[in-house]
Design a binder for this molecule. Structure first.
Ligand code: PGA
Length: 252
């Protein structure tokens, strides 16, 4: 089985109404039989972009959600709200949120809420430069996965995505070696199969951290890499389309 690759844009805290044109440009130039493409704009644009892209081969996602469905949580959005706004995905546990105190057990609860609301949860994990240099990275990521992934009774591999994002590679222009990425993705695969059984062979494991048009071809060709989570380069539609163009579509 060859997995259809998933290429996700994480716009982070970038994008006002004018950026709707960039999303439209991505949608207009995305082939339905290529890699699956998802744009995660800031929450303020999810509704508009989901409407703009209705019927296009590009889905929309949020960048975080609260574990509760509604209630006194000033500043947060729930998974149900994202789904209601037209999102199909939500990024959870991004290192920029973990660095502000979001812990793996909160990520697990948000992931459970996201799946319950009908979204696909994209759970981010990754090590610091120090952990990497000390050879701790695989243990670190395994530990994060054990706490961050929800206990699912009816496991659907399409509802869960793991994004491996080494913290030291995010926004820095640095990337791990191909062998490091391959080995980490294999370790993540073993861990999700441990947790969810053989069906977890279908969970997509993305690489994220300084993916650019110049390195996307090599990264997406690595064994066990099922797609990419793209930050900085996703803000330029031409760059993002170039990256998505390296993604593999569905194959028989
Ligand atoms: P970057 O960000 O592509 O700018 O390194 C990736 C991410 O944080 O998801």
């Amino acid at each position: 089985m060859t997995t259809r690759q998933l290429i996700m844009a994480n716009w982070k805290m970038n994008g006002v109404q004018a950026m709707r044109a960039a999303a439209q440009q991505v949608a207009d130039n995305t082939a339905p039989d290529g890699a699956e493409v998802v744009i995660c704009p800031p929450a303020t644009l999810v509704t508009d972009i989901a409407r703009d892209l209705a019927g296009a081969p590009v889905a929309v996602g949020g960048q975080d959600c609260h574990a509760a469905e509604a209630g006194p949580h000033t500043g947060d959005v729930s998974a149900a709200m994202l789904a209601d706004a037209g999102a199909q995905y939500v990024i959870l546990g991004h290192s920029e949120l973990r660095s502000q105190g979001v812990r793996s057990d909160a990520v697990r609860q948000s992931a459970a809420a996201a799946i319950h609301a009908g979204l696909t949860a994209v759970v981010c994990v990754g090590e610091t430069a120090e952990q990497h240099d000390e050879g701790w990275h695989q243990n670190r990521v395994r530990g994060q996965l054990y706490i961050s992934l929800p206990n699912l009774t009816a496991f659907d591999p399409n509802r869960l995505v793991i994004a491996y994002e080494p913290i030291w590679a995010i926004g820095t222009g640095k990337t791990p070696t191909g062998e490091d990425i391959r080995a980490m993705h294999a370790a993540i695969r073993t861990t999700v199969i441990d947790l969810f059984g053989p069906a977890a062979a279908g969970v997509r494991i993305l690489y994220g951290g300084s993916v650019k048009p110049g390195n996307a071809g090599d990264i997406l060709a690595l064994d066990g890499v099922d797609g990419a989570l793209v930050g900085g380069a996703s803000l330029d539609p031409a760059d993002f389309l170039a990256i998505a163009g390296f993604g593999r579509g569905a194959q028989p």
